[in-house]
Write a protein that binds this ligand. Sequence first.
Ligand SMILES: N[C@@H](CCC(=O)N[C@@H](CS)C(=O)NCC(=O)O)C(=O)O
Length: 209
Amino acid sequence: MKLYYVPAACSLAPHIVINELGLNVQLVKVDYKTHKTEDGRDFYEISPFGYIPLLELDDGTLLREGPAIVQYLADLKPEADLVPINGTFDRYRLQEWLSFLTSEIHKGFIPLIYARLAGTYGTETAKPKLEQRYSWINEQLAERDYLMGHYTVADAYLYSLTQWGQAQWLAPTYQTNIHFDDLGNLKAWYLRMRERPAVRKALDIEELK
Ligand SMILES: N[C@@H](CCC(=O)N[C@@H](CS)C(=O)NCC(=O)O)C(=O)O
């Protein structure tokens, strides 16, 4: 396995877990600014958003997202007890913590870090990244009706976030300066979601359009 990392970044977490477990993982350093790996590859060609951590399994399978990576690694050696067993309530408690850390703490820091790196407030750095991620989601939805192929909680999560942007076909809430008009697959998915009675019911209760 390989772990792509940037020193002192959030990839430190899987790095620590690897060490805790004594796993034989090759560390591949990525330059934060140039997005080149230390062996000269363009990191964007390996991972669509150019961010770390990224785990590459021996068969070439890639796993993104720190919370998923640390759980995958820890599940390789359950006897080390770094994660509660799958299916137990404690496992959900752990996932509660990981989700809290990724969305409330980690992403809370990002505008502050962007502001320091960019020299201005973070929106001019954050906006193109968000647009690029939505463009990628739009590509995924070309091949499937829902994010996982079938409808899951992830679609409900994406619906709640998407209404923060703007498009002619969208019933906007906060109207942030992110535009989805060119994303046809996202539009089809959004309209599909709005057909669902559970979505309609929630919109009605929350007095949303
Ligand atoms: N959703 C990702 C975000 C990872 C992330 O924010 N990585 C930062 C370093 S802590 C990064 O590589 N940023 C470089 C970039 O976005 O170009 C995760 O939770 O693993």
